[in-house]
Design a protein around this ligand. Sequence first.
Ligand SMILES: [Zn+2]
Length: 178
Amino acid sequence: MIAKIKRGFWIFMGTIWITFLATIMASEKGTGGIGINGFITLIVWIAFMYLMIKVSIVLSNVAFTILVLVLSFTTGSITEKQIQGLVYIGLFCVGLYLVYLYSNYRDKINKKVAEQHKAGITCCPKCASTRIHYVQKREVTDEINYKYDEDGDIVGAIPSTHTEGGYYECDKCGKIFK
Ligand SMILES: [Zn+2]
């Protein structure tokens, strides 16, 4: 369910971008556009939308971006201001792509964790590694408080302690979990 919502979000973002590029293609030269026929642009728009939904969101967006850039440069219809804008948009896209990659990576890990839990295998919830070890519960002494008599001789000792352990530790990423 969440994977579907996520995919929907990325398709939505991709649609905005592809539509934006199509607008540049179809706009008149001199107004920042490439001046390509509106009908041809519509066909291209449909083709890249199809590619995005059926094949790959990233591939479709990157390919269309390259196509529009090449057309802009070869027809000389790109302005200096647009190049500046493209640099900013490019940086934003790189950031967005990293978020996309991380999101996919987390989905994969979460799926693996769920599968291993189902199979009764204990694994790390952060990285799904099965290279884990159990830390036994044990009492750890923090300090010893001595008791003295009136001559200053030690007559007793009360250690103050706390318990540690009773948890798993991942050998791969160091995550501690129950
Ligand atoms: Zn781990």
